[in-house]
Design a protein around this ligand. Structure first.
Ligand code: CMC
Length: 428
């Protein structure tokens, strides 16, 4: 028998269906609420209790620390797959066959160039510009050089748009970095794999041959996989809501990049390292900063701690912590910032404030340490997150369009002035 929920408003009772997800999650379907009640709505700032869509892409159980893309566990994917396989699975629903992967890879390679005129736009930015702003602008600029809208009823059109952005985004990310560093732009090499080619475009010096390092390639591949999707987070919800107005894929992704930039979301990876460096500069007194984080009068938060959904542990952080130790060991790097991070983690895990609020290290607590060890500058950490999240944004945008979801348009409860007589300027 199907379940229902009963709601009583001003003495009147209303029944609403309860829907169940494939992992037995329950949700009260309130689509008919306003119509049935004559305009009563719900209020849920930050959407802490609101399901915005039904999705078959990513399953996340915050209590048990489970994360799966298309049913595959994040642990398996991080260990056994590469980033392009994961991207394919997220976007199209299943891990690719050998043939499908080869075609996807070749199609991406065929599109891995951007119009020379994009360089002129990049030239207009000062070197000091934050690369997330540059990346968002250049992604938006790509629209001018490519069809601005995608015929979502054509599988081929959709596929072409997806391949184009998968191909051009690493170029833009690497160029944003080279611009900051004052290095000539690099066009990549289509004989290389996706991640290796990206690293070459980032780091190749004009007067030196680029030498690949498998430790670095594997670490970046893993980090990109761990960031590839996270269901309806802030940037993904942004991509879906912008796309719901039928704005194109590139425009929706450009908006997602802006949403990711903030320090409470993707920008946390940069903020974590800046925080750890500040603690080091200040003498390494982690207790002082623990105190600041707990002081409600102090706006300071322990960056890299806490998560809207994970209230036990972040499975991505678990994998990254091990990877961080391995990478630093393999590269022979001793980083005092890592010791501060470990000290803070130990203190926080035992501290009643953090225990009571179920605040654990999240993915960003350790990712910055790996990026640092790999020679990626702090301001490029969030663009790296964006590169990883790209397939997730694409998959969610595609799903939203294929499911023909309505335009996203929440309601509000108005708390401003009621009707007022207009006063002429001289009478105010
Ligand atoms: N340091 C100190 N106190 C914290 C922290 C923190 N990092 N995070 C949450 N709290 C406290 C908060 O003050 C509140 O306390 P109280 O109940 O006494 O008022 C309680 O914990 C609940 O916090 P909240 O802000 O209501 O929780 P939220 O679900 O709205 O926010 C969060 C989640 C990730 C924005 C928040 O934990 C935070 O700001 N963390 C630091 C930034 C960060 O690391 N962000 C990366 C998130 S993971 C990557 C991603 O997906 O983007």
């Amino acid at each position: 028998m199907s379940q229902t929920a009963t709601l009583e408003v001003n003495g009147n009772k209303y029944e609403f269906p309860i829907i169940k997800g494939s992992e037995q999650e329950l949700a009260i379907d309130i689509k008919a609420l306003r119509g049935a009640t004559g305009g009563v709505t719900t209020i849920d700032p930050g959407y802490k209790n609101t399901g915005s869509c039904q999705s078959a892409i990513t399953f996340l159980n915050g209590e048990e620390g489970i994360l799966r893309y298309r049913g595959y566990s994040i642990e398996d994917l991080a260990e056994k797959a590469d980033f392009l396989e994961v991207a394919y699975a997220l976007i199209f629903g299943d891990l690719p066959t050998k043939e499908q992967l080869e075609k996807f890879n070749n199609d991406i390679k065929a599109e891995a160039h951007v119009d020379e005129d994009v360089k002129r736009i990049l030239d207009g930015f000062p070197k000091s510009a934050h690369p997330m702003g540059v990346l968002s602008s250049l992604t938006s600029a790509l629209i001018a050089f490519n069809p601005s809208s995608v015929n979502v009823d054509s599988e081929e059109d959709m596929y072409q748009a997806i391949v184009k952005i998968m191909a051009k985004f690493p170029v833009l990310t690497a160029w944003a970095h080279r611009k900051r560093m004052g290095m000539p732009l690099d066009y990549g090499d289509d004989s290389l794999g996706y991640v290796e080619n990206f690293l070459k475009m980032m780091f190749k010096k004009p007067n030196q041959e680029y030498k690949k390092n498998d430790i670095i390639i594997n670490a970046i591949d893993k980090l990109l996989i761990l960031h590839a999707d996270h269901e309806q987070n802030c940037s993904t919800s942004t991509v879906r809501i912008v796309g719901s107005s039928h704005a194109g894929l590139f425009a929706s992704i450009s908006a997602g990049i802006s949403a990711l930039w903030g320090p409470l979301h993707g920008g946390a990876n940069q903020a974590v390292i800046e925080m750890l460096e500040a603690i080091k500069e200040d003498g390494g007194d982690t207790k002082k900063y623990m105190g600041k984080a707990k002081d409600k009068a102090d706006p300071f938060r322990l960056m890299g701690f806490g998560h809207r959904v994970y209230k036990n542990f972040d499975p991505r952080a678990k994998i990254i912590k091990v990877a961080a130790d391995e990478v630093l060991g393999d590269l022979g790097i001793v980083d005092p910032v890592l010791d501060i991070a470990k000290g803070l983690e130990q203190e926080a895990l035992l501290d009643q404030y953090f225990v009571d609020r179920k605040l654990y290290p999240n993915v960003d607590f350790y990712s910055g340490i790996i990026y640092r060890a790999l020679g990626i500058p702090t301001e490029m950490f969030t663009p790296m997150f964006a590169l990883g999240r790209l397939p997730g944004w694409i998959a969610q945008w595609r799903e939203m369009r294929l499911r023909k979801e309505p335009i996203g348009r929440p309601r509000q409860i108005y708390i401003g002035e009621t009707f007022r007589e207009f006063k002429n300027l001289n009478d105010r």
